[in-house]
Design a protein around this ligand. Structure first.
Ligand SMILES: NC(=O)C1=CN([C@@H]2O[C@H](COP(=O)(O)OP(=O)(O)OC[C@H]3O[C@@H](n4cnc5c(N)ncnc54)[C@H](OP(=O)(O)O)[C@@H]3O)[C@@H](O)[C@H]2O)C=CC1
Ligand SMILES: O=C1CO[C@H](CO)[C@@H](O)[C@@H]1O
Length: 330
């Protein structure tokens, strides 16, 4: 049994708990919130038996083995480091942190304390992402990866009226690249590694974060184009274009229907059953690592989290997006 605590009381934490409960070794021991009433209400809703309002008490607690972090991006590093320094395993929401410096410090802290640190990037743990990896050689020499995640935010209407939610505020290391662009980039890094160079463009909002953006990544002989937005929608599937065929993926964040369109006109459905909720697979990966005494996922590895945040930091540099977290030392 792995005794979990959670940080963050928004819908995503409920979704994680619901999915993780499908893994037999999961036990929800405690929830953390900044406010007692919120913690109590969330514990009641989720079945946790303990609550915390003090991070250091949670970190020091002997009744917790692992923590799922779903706080705003700006707090990931600070919270994860406190927890790992007390021997807690950490699964932390995407993006792993605000910038390269924070991710490097988190990785060092995990290694020093011999604990698991894993980015909760659901996409790459999904069976239908693994099927893409498996069938990739069938499409011959790869020439392009195209992926987008553009979703008009429910908080953008309020933004236009002058209310800046966390999702649009630089203090929380937010914006379209951090929130949605990461879903296009992490799978790209898993499939093709680090690019040689990137060229980024973005539309900056009055708050200082990006509302949308695009990045072209040069892989030498192949390029990648990723697009992301919190101020408009897209319905375009993702594609990996090879000289012999093209893999078409319904949605990059949660691949479900995946087909190969061969150059000779044949079409092959390579989708596989994915019976559980999307977050089940990342939860299973994390718990399996703990049970086996392994310290790092080979899927959502430290190196891949680092490569992804390096691209994001470079894209922010090119487009002038700065977070207060960039000025802090963790
Ligand atoms: N995997 C997925 O599909 C999704 C992942 N995410 C990720 O989850 C994380 C949280 O996102 P989201 O729920 O939108 O974020 P929110 O801004 O809604 O904050 C999440 C939680 O953090 C706490 N919090 C809010 N503001 C602050 C603050 N100023 N200081 C400290 N804690 C605060 C709150 O918990 P409390 O009040 O109880 O302390 C809140 O429930 C992000 O990293 C995001 O990328 C988000 C949605 C989906
Ligand atoms: O990761 C995410 C996926 O879905 C959400 C919207 O539906 C995003 O805002 C979020 O951060």
């Amino acid at each position: 049994m792995i005794r979990f605590a959670t940080i963050g009381t928004n819908w995503i934490t409920e979704a994680f708990i619901r999915a993780a409960k499908q893994v037999p070794s999961f036990h929800l021991q405690a929830v953390y919130s900044r406010q007692k009433e919120t913690a109590d209400a969330f514990a009641e809703k989720t079945g946790a038996t303990q609550t915390f309002t003090n991070l250091h008490e949670l970190a020091a607690s002997e009744s917790i083995d692992a923590v799922y972090i779903a706080s705003p991006n700006a707090f990931h590093a600070e919270q994860a480091i406190v927890l790992m320094n007390h021997g807690k395993h950490v699964i932390c929401e995407k993006p792993l942190a605000s910038n390269v410096k924070e991710v490097e410090t988190m990785i060092e802290t995990a290694r020093k304390n011999d604990v698991v640190l894993m980015e909760a990037m659901k996409t790459t743990c999904l069976p239908n992402f693994q099927t893409i990896q498996h069938h990739l050689p069938k499409i011959g020499r790869i020439r392009r990866y195209v992926a987008s995640y553009c979703q008009y935010s429910s908080r953008y209407d309020a933004f236009k009226q002058g209310t800046i939610a966390n999702a649009f505020h630089p203090d929380f290391s937010s914006g379209a690249l951090m929130d949605l662009g990461v879903y296009c980039l992490y799978p790209l890094v898993v499939l093709f590694g680090e690019p040689k160079s990137i060229q980024a463009h973005s539309v900056r909002l009055s708050s200082g974060v990006d509302g949308e953006g695009s990045i072209i990544l040069d892989y030498g002989g192949m390029d990648a184009v990723v697009m992301y937005s919190k101020i408009a929608n897209s319905y375009t599937p993702a594609e990996i274009q090879g000289e012999e065929g093209t893999i078409v993926i319904d949605t990059i964040h949660t691949p479900t229907l995946v087909h190969i369109h061969y150059r000779d006109g044949r079409k092959e459905d390579i989708s596989v059953p994915q019976p559980h909720e999307p977050m089940y697979y990342e939860a299973l990966e994390f718990m399996t690592l703990i049970e086996r005494g392994e310290k790092e996922s080979t899927i959502n590895s430290h190196a891949r989290s680092l490569a992804t945040i390096k691209i994001m930091e470079e894209a922010r540099k090119q487009t002038g997006i700065v977070f207060p977290a960039d000025e802090r030392f963790v």
